[in-house]
Design a protein. Structure first.
Length: 404
């Protein structure tokens, strides 16, 4: 028994330095991450600077609410005003107003229920027992959103501090209203949050990653050493593209919400050009591009499966197809650069030399398709699907091709 305990102590002693080393590494990583975020915020516009601005605005709203409530109005229960103000500096003006309405309603409910419970029980513990369970259940009401918890916390603060009289409740609600007004006003008038950059960045990243996937597929096809495992990697990459599409939809939603309730004057305060955001048609276009890339990789995955009937085309035809995919991938990357530049024209067109090469490659693929058709349906089916998806991608990336 003693030897077992000794071994256990030795193991624990050996584990302590390793645990300490991991914790130190985690602290160093966090410190480096914080340093990178700080440098990015100082370097120029971006998510890090947006976060810095919103944090400072929330702090300013809380301090202003405290000064107005405690120092100017002389209210001894001034805690509620800065508490509400700091919470209501949200990512958009619209969300600030919605949260203000929900939170103020929850605070009113909490204060009134606390007052009623105190009047019925005339005891602090009894009032808590009577009110908090009811308010916690009520906090799950969908109308409150995520602000329902403030009903219960308001009741706890009111009862615990002994301020549940009619005058005290009136003061508390007045302070909540004051904090809500200050928080919303600061958010709307001081650099109002308008999120347009995220749409451009996500759309550009989607175009660039689509080009990267096409280049990866083209490189493997040219080398000729691809199999089911390689095709599985392509499918995984196309799945990540769909995740990028979801991120783009989320960014577009934030962008549209940030423009609600922000007039031209408020947008001028933030000095943003709303015309710089790409139109929603671009989201749909690159959503279709993602779908075509996914269909292309699925066709190749089927061809690589030994247990499926469709067979891969000849190596010479696949090399030709790889060249076409590379050019389409280059077009995707060019689109990514164009989308990041807010001053770039909205139409995408391939230059004459690239289009001529693509047309030549397309003609060679059509000839290969006719040759494969005379040798059986297994290889023809895969090559036909690949050519079709390449044509779809070409049409989406070249407005001239769509117009013809």
């Amino acid at each position: 028994m003693t030897s077992v305990q000794e071994e256990t102590r030795r193991g624990e002693a050996a584990a302590r330095p390793a645990l300490g080393s991991r914790m130190a590494d985690a602290v160093r990583r966090d410190a480096r991450g914080a340093g990178r975020a700080a440098r990015a915020a100082l370097r120029g516009p971006g998510r890090e600077r947006d976060l810095l601005v919103q944090s400072l605005k929330a702090a300013a709203a809380a301090l202003l609410a405290w000064v107005v409530a405690r120092l100017w109005l002389g209210d001894p229960m001034a805690l509620m005003a800065p508490w509400v103000a700091v919470v209501l500096v949200q990512a958009t003006v619209y969300s600030s107003l919605v949260l203000a309405a929900r939170q103020f309603t929850a605070i009113c409910v909490g204060a009134l229920v606390a007052s009623g419970a105190q009047a019925v029980t005339d005891d602090t513990t009894g009032a808590l027992v009577l009110s908090v369970p009811v308010l916690m259940l009520l906090s799950n009401w969908p109308r409150f959103g995520d602000q329902g918890i403030y009903a219960a916390t308001t009741a706890v603060f009111a009862i615990a501090s002994g301020t549940v009289s009619a005058v005290a409740v009136g003061h508390r609600l007045g302070q909540a209203a004051l904090g809500a007004v200050i928080g919303v006003a600061v958010n709307a008038l001081v650099l109002p949050p308008i999120h347009l950059r995220d749409v451009r960045e996500n759309l550009s990243a989607l175009a660039r990653e689509a080009g990267d996937v096409l280049h990866a597929v083209a490189g493997d096809l040219r080398e000729g050493a691809w199999d089911a495992q390689t095709a599985a990697g392509w499918l995984g990459a196309s799945d990540r593209l769909r995740g990028r599409v979801d991120a783009l939809r989320s960014a577009r939603g934030w962008s549209n919400e940030s423009l609600r309730l922000t007039s031209g004057a408020l947008r001028a305060l933030h000095r943003v050009r709303t015309t710089a955001v790409p139109p929603e048609d671009e989201d749909e276009r690159f959503g279709r591009v993602t779908g075509h890339v996914s269909a292309l990789t699925r066709a190749l995955a089927v061809a690589a499966d030994e247990h499926r009937t469709p067979a891969p085309p000849d190596a010479a035809v696949l090399r030709c197809y790889a060249e076409l995919l590379e050019l389409i991938g280059d077009a995707c990357r060019a689109e990514a650069d164009r989308l990041l530049d807010g001053d770039a024209p909205p139409d995408a067109r391939l230059d004459g030399q690239t289009e001529a090469v693509m047309r030549e490659l397309h003609e060679r693929l059509q000839e290969g398709l006719r040759e494969h058709a005379g040798r059986g349906a297994a290889r023809t089916a895969v090559l036909g699907a690949l050519v079709l998806q390449a044509e779809n991608l070409w049409a989406e990336l070249d407005t001239d091709a769509r117009d013809r």
